[in-house]
Design a protein around this ligand. Structure first.
Ligand SMILES: Cc1ncc(COP(=O)(O)O)c(C=O)c1O
Length: 433
């Protein structure tokens, strides 16, 4: 067998036998995967439906139109572009459509849960080509809307891009709308993490309050790796040409031919998301996260913002004097795959942060519910307690060596591998298709 296909089989096995608890990950359905692996990837289709630069696009047009119509109906928006290659290009395309180099943009800083593309200074397109103003969270890990309004008044951003990868509470989109309107700024909601929850009615929709919405399609939405840019009624009221500006920024502004196989996968995922079953699925994701949060808190762990109102939880390990790296590595050996994450006002650098981020979308896709969340919380608490003696050295220069030794030591640890066996048994009861 081709070596790559052999490795893919191993990865499939890993995904089946462990708990995928990285909140940005999910299992796409077999139909979505079949669309993505289809012959549609053979076709070139630069342009948009009915206005292509290549012949032979009859069926591609049909599929792209279907994806757009489904997204318009589900999100209640006026215009949709389904061609962005992924979330980062989608955000860059919106910035490119609405701002000039040097204009001021505003967003939540990366360390507080914002995304790189929301203006992370120095190292990203959004932070290098624009004047980026960023805000963080308060000591409790909450957004301070008054402070954000003050910053907007002072800095007068041309565009605010608001979204998160790690904020566990629901955004007050109305307040963000008022702040943006008070300074005449464009307001872009990046709902990449929560778009599936928005469709399910399990998380507030920003559509009434913002001009543009971006989302990846591979997280709670359960689609392929891709993204969409959506224009709202409010957006068209601000600028009747907004949809055209967005479309031109995507193609030819930043991209060439669309990934038609991905477009088909998005169309399938949107079809799946329009069912009643998806609504209960989205609600169950949040219910599961709340139960997990409660159990972890009862077990003595501190959570950022005290809990969750969505699909994700951030554990603050500062009280335990533990590093996110140590806990994440140990959990992986135990079959629970999460990621280390900064906590608000983290004294540690991003590579060695003090938190763990975990979420429930993928395990909910498997059909797990409240009883399984209680069991998973027990395992997590067990692992955190077990690795408590392993403190990251204060001296930054010895940290890499410490982590290397720690990883080697736990690779064959009986206790952690024992949990991994139990995790596998649980996974077998909740197969993925
Ligand atoms: C809020 C948010 N925006 C944008 C992105 C970027 O998406 P991608 O990784 O597909 O470029 C992500 C990805 O994690 C995200 O969470």
């Amino acid at each position: 067998m081709e070596k790559v296909l052999e490795i893919i089989k191993l990865e499939e096995e890993r995904q089946r036998n462990t708990l995928m608890m990285i909140p940005s990950e999910n299992y796409a359905s077999a139909s979505v995967r079949s669309a993505v692996g289809s012959m549609l990837s053979n076709k070139y289709s630069e342009g948009y439906s009915g206005r292509r630069y290549y012949q032979g696009n009859k069926f591609i047009d049909e599929i792209e139109t279907l994806a757009i119509d489904r997204a318009k109906k589900l999100f209640k928006v006026e215009h949709v572009n389904v061609q962005p290659y992924s979330g980062s290009p989608a955000n860059s395309e919106v910035l490119f459509a609405l701002c000039n180099p040097g204009d001021t943009i505003m967003g939540l800083e990366l360390a507080s849960g914002g995304h790189l593309t929301h203006g992370q200074p120095n190292i990203t397109f959004s932070g290098k080509y624009f004047r980026s103003v960023q805000f963080g969270l308060d000591e409790k890990g909450l957004l301070d809307y008054k402070k954000i309004a003050g910053l907007a008044k002072r800095e007068k951003p041309k565009l605010m891009i608001i979204g998160t990868t790690a904020y566990p509470l629901a955004f007050d989109w109305k307040k963000f709308g008022e702040i943006a309107d008070s300074v005449g700024a464009w307001l872009v909601a990046d709902i990449s993490h929560v778009s599936g929850l928005v469709i399910a009615g399990a998380y507030p929709s920003p559509v009434l309050y913002v001009h543009v919405v971006t989302t990846t399609t591979h997280k709670t939405l359960r689609g392929p790796r891709g993204a969409m840019i959506m224009v709202t009624k409010k957006g068209l009221k601000k600028d009747a040409e907004l949809s055209t500006k967005i479309d031109k920024a995507v193609f030819p502004g930043m991209q060439g031919g669309p990934h038609n196989n991905t477009t088909a996968g998005i169309a399938v995922a949107l079809g799946e998301a329009s069912t009643m079953g998806f609504k209960s699925y989205g609600k169950q994701i949040v219910k599961n996260a709340k139960v997990l949060a409660k159990e972890l808190t009862s077990g003595g762990l501190n959570l950022v913002a005290g809990g969750t109102e969505c699909h994700l939880i951030v554990i603050d390990l500062r009280a335990e004097k533990l590093s996110g790296n140590v806990v994440a590595e140990a959990l992986e050996v135990a079959g629970i795959v999460v990621n280390r994450n900064s906590v608000p006002n983290d004294p540690m650098p991003p590579f060695y942060p003090s938190g763990i981020r975990l979420g429930t979308p993928a395990i909910t896709t498997r059909g797990m519910k409240e009883p399984e969340m209680k069991q998973i919380a027990k395992w997590i608490l067990d692992v955190v307690g077990y690795v408590a003696p392993y403190k990251l050295p204060e001296n930054p220069e010895t940290r890499n060596t410490f982590m290397k030794g720690f990883k080697e030591k736990i690779r064959t640890d009986k206790k952690l591998l024992g949990i991994a066996e139990d995790v596998k048994k649980l996974c077998l009861k909740f197969p993925i298709n």
